[in-house]
Design a protein around this ligand. Sequence first.
Ligand SMILES: C[S@@+](CC[C@H](N)C(=O)[O-])C[C@H]1O[C@@H](n2cnc3c(N)ncnc32)[C@H](O)[C@@H]1O
Length: 231
Amino acid sequence: MFIVTEDVKEYRKKALEYVTEEDIVLEVGCADGVTSYLLSKKAKKVVGIDKSKEAIERALKRWKKENLEFYLMDGFDIRRILRKFGKVFTVILIDISGSRDPSDVLRLAISYEKAFNPRLIIIKNRPLKKFVEKVIYNDFKIKDINELMYYLKREWEKLNIVFKEVELVKEEYKDLWEMVLSYYNDLKYFYEKRDYVKVFELENYIWGLLDALANLKALEIPEKIKRWFKI
Ligand SMILES: C[S@@+](CC[C@H](N)C(=O)[O-])C[C@H]1O[C@@H](n2cnc3c(N)ncnc32)[C@H](O)[C@@H]1O
């Protein structure tokens, strides 16, 4: 699986979102090691490599952590990396300058996939991201799918707040409320499983029922989130 990002903000966000405590991470082009360090708080182990001697010296001086290592290495010398570490990496990050020719970066990413077979490769390269966004998959532009995912995650976050803050105030709608809660439990299950088609379906369903309950004045809704409801 590949994730293509366009800038450092998105690159770090995606890395932190997808890396788990079981992962052994390689960052190719770690520079001063900020991203590697952030990931070392979450992952089992992080190795940062860079071809700049000064950058690696700064990283070694700046971050001292048992599960974090830095090496002066050329990211294109995959054979050397494989010899030194073996096939251990489960996640690989590639950030050898964000505006570099996308074909170089893509070729490198494919070579890493072949050599290490990691579960995930995260790439930072703006031109490649711009290209990928225009790709059509089953009549959908990847850009539109990304947008859909953005709304899906936003609604997920809103619903988590709603179910913490909203209360049922009319007992006669208890059965309906319990049904909504049970859909919410299903939503949590499918969100965790990353089954986003089910998530999309459930979110719409839950909002419909919540709006109905709100219009029946069956819910006490704090003022600050009232605007989320169609009342
Ligand atoms: C934008 S910086 C990386 C920033 C870093 N990933 C972060 O998140 O803080 C790009 C780095 O890639 C390194 N780089 C460029 N070509 C490389 C190569 N062939 N092998 C290893 N590092 C390389 C540069 O030395 C530079 O430090």
